[in-house]
Design a protein around this ligand. Structure first.
Ligand code: UGA
Length: 436
C-alpha cells in the first residue's frame, strides 16, 4: 500500500515519520525544496520531541521525500496536511489547500488507482463540499465517492506531544459519505489504532468537531485565567489548588486548567477567530467565544499594568523575558504570548533581554538586534529591573537567590507559578496567587 502525505508541517511530518518508521511505503510531499532537503537528511525543520529519531528510522525504510507532485500517482491513500493560516479579518486562508487539491486532482486524471483522500487540514464547515470536492472533481474529471474517496479527517495532536498523539489518538473522525471508501477507511484506522473510537459523520460535522474541540479548550483556559485574576485579588488564594480540585470532578476534568498569560500558538487563537468569523456568517452572535478571546487578550494587559504599577515609566528600563516559545518543549514562537508581550514592551522603549531553552533562533530571526539574547537564565537576569516568566520550562525551576543576585531590582512576575514554593528575596507576583 502506498501512502502519500502532502504538506510536511507538524501534522504531516509527524504522520510521515510514524507511518514510515513502521515500514509502510510512504511518500512525503512539500512545496519547499529546502525543507525537503533537510528532511531527507533526517533533520526536522522544527523541534519536536521524538520526531527526528522516528524520521531517521523511517528514512532507512520505505520513505521518499519530494517536491514532485507527479510522484503521487498510484497512491492508495493521500493525506492532505497543509496549513490553513488566517486572513486579517480572522477567516481562513484556503490558497494552500486549494493548490494542493488542484495538484492532486490533476494527478488523479490519469491515475488508474482509486485513492482515498483524507483532508486533515483545519477548514471551516462547508469547505469540503463547496471548495475541496468541486476542485478535485473538476481537475480529475472523476467523481468523488465513485472514482476516489474524499474524507474529512481532522487532527487533534498537540505540538510537543505530536508523536505520542499521532501514535495514540483519542479519537478518529471520518467525515463523508457511506461509500466503499468509507468502509476501507474504517478498516485502515481500526488496524493502525485498535480500540480507538471511530466517529463516522458527514463532512460539515467533522469540520465543526475540530473547531468545537479547539474553542472548548480555549474556553477552559480563559475560564481558569479569569478565575486566576479573581484569586490574585484574594490574599492567600491559590489558583492551582482551585484548578486541581475542580479538575477532580469528572464532569470538568483536570486538563487545560493551567492559568497563565493566555493561550497562544498557531492553532487556538487562529481557530477561535475563524469560528467567530464563521458564526457571524451563519447569523450567530458568538458572545461566549468573543468573551473567551477578549479575556485572552486582557491577560497580557494585566501583566503590563502590573509592571507599570511597580516600575512607573518603562522607557529605558531593563526587562527580562524568560520563555519565548508559545509553550514548553517546542521552539515554535508563532502567535506566542511572550512574543506579543515583547512587541508591546518594545513600543514602550523597554530594553529587553530574552532567554528560552529552545526558541532563541526563531526569536532572533524575528527581532534581530531590537532585543538582547542571553545564553543562560542567570545571564539574562543581570542588571534587570524585572523578570517575567512566560513559559513553564523545567530549567526555570532552578532559579534561586543566587541567580537573581545581579538584578538591578529584584522584581519577578511569574505567569506560570514556577517559583511559587520558593522563598526568594524579591518582590514576587505570581499570576493566580493572592499576595498576603
Ligand atoms: C492545539 C490543541 O490542543 C490540539 O488538540 C490541536 O490539534 C492543535 O491545537 C491544532 O489545532 O493543530 P497546540 O497548538 O499544540 O494544540 O497547543 P496547546 O497545547 O493546545 O496549547 C495552546 C496554548 O494554550 C499554549 O499557549 C499553552 O501555553 C496554553 N495553555 C494550554 C494554557 O495556558 N493553559 C493550559 O492549561 C493549557
Amino acid at each position: 500500500m502506498k501512502i502519500t502525505i502532502v504538506g510536511l508541517g507538524f501534522v504531516g511530518l509527524s504522520l510521515t515519520s510514524v507511518l514510515a518508521s513502521k515500514g509502510n511505503n510512504i511518500l512525503g510531499i512539500d512545496v519547499d525544496e529546502k525543507k525537503c532537503e533537510g528532511i531527507r537528511k533526517g533533520i526536522s525543520p522544527f523541534f519536536e520531541p521524538e520526531l527526528e529519531k522516528l524520521l531517521r528510522h523511517g528514512l532507512k525504510k520505505k520513505l521518499e521525500i519530494s517536491t514532485d507532485f507527479s510522484l503521487i500517482k498510484n497512491s492508495d491513500i493521500i493525506f492532505v496536511t497543509v496549513g490553513t493560516p488566517q486572513k486579517s479579518n480572522g477567516s481562513i486562508e484556503l490558497s494552500m489547500i486549494k493548490n494542493a487539491v488542484k495538484a492532486i486532482g490533476k494527478i488523479l486524471k490519469n491515475d488508474k488507482k482509486n485513492p482515498i483522500i483524507f483532508i486533515k487540514s483545519t477548514v471551516t464547515p462547508g469547505t469540503m463540499q463547496e471548495t475541496v470536492l468541486p476542485i478535485l472533481e473538476k481537475e480529475s474529471g472523476k467523481k468523488a465517492g465513485k472514482d476516489f474517496g474524499l474524507i474529512s479527517n481532522p487532527e487533534f495532536l498537540q505540538e510537543s506531544t505530536a508523536i505520542k498523539d499521532t501514535k495514540f489518538p483519542h479519537v478518529i473522525v471520518l467525515g463523508g459519505y457511506e461509500t466503499k471508501y468509507m468502509k476501507i477507511a474504517k478498516k485502515f484506522f481500526s488496524k493502525i489504532h485498535p480500540g480507538i473510537p471511530i466517529i463516522v459523520t458527514n463532512h460539515q460535522t467533522a469540520e465543526m468537531i475540530k473547531y468545537a474541540n479547539n474553542s472548548f479548550l480555549a474556553t477552559k483556559i480563559s475560564f481558569i485565567n479569569q478565575l486566576s485574576n479573581i484569586c490574585q485579588n484574594i490574599p492567600g488564594a491559590n489558583i492551582d489548588d482551585v484548578a486541581k480540585t475542580i479538575g477532580l470532578d469528572p464532569r470538568i476534568g483536570k486538563l487545560f486548567l493551567n492559568a497563565g498569560p493566555g493561550y497562544g500558538g498557531s492553532c487556538l487563537p487562529k481557530d477561535m477567530k475563524a469560528l467567530i468569523n464563521f458564526a457571524g456568517k451563519v447569523g450567530i452572535n458568538p458572545r461566549l467565544l468573543n468573551a473567551v478571546e477578549q479575556t485572552n487578550k486582557k491577560q497580557i494587559q494585566n501583566i503590563i499594568q502590573l509592571i507599570e504599577k511597580t516600575l512607573g515609566n518603562l522607557k529605558g528600563k531593563h526587562i527580562t523575558i524568560l520563555g519565548t516559545a508559545f509553550k514548553p518543549n517546542t521552539d515554535d514562537i508563532r502567535d506566542s504570548i511572550a512574543i506579543e508581550l515583547i512587541k508591546k514592551l518594545l513600543k514602550k522603549q523597554v530594553i529587553l533581554t530574552v532567554y528560552d531553552p529552545k526558541a532563541m533562533k526563531n526569536t532572533e530571526k524575528l527581532f534581530g538586534e531590537k532585543i538582547k539574547y542571553a545564553n543562560s537564565v542567570s545571564n539574562s537576569l543581570k542588571n534587570s529591573h524585572c523578570a517575567i516568566i512566560m513559559v513553564y520550562w523545567k530549567q526555570f525551576e532552578s532559579i534561586n537567590n543566587n541567580s537573581i543576585d545581579d538584578m538591578k531590582r529584584k522584581f519577578i512576575i511569574d505567569c506560570r507559578r514556577v517559583l511559587s514554593e520558593k522563598k526568594l528575596s524579591s518582590e514576587y507576583h505570581a499570576i493566580g496567587i493572592g499576595r498576603l
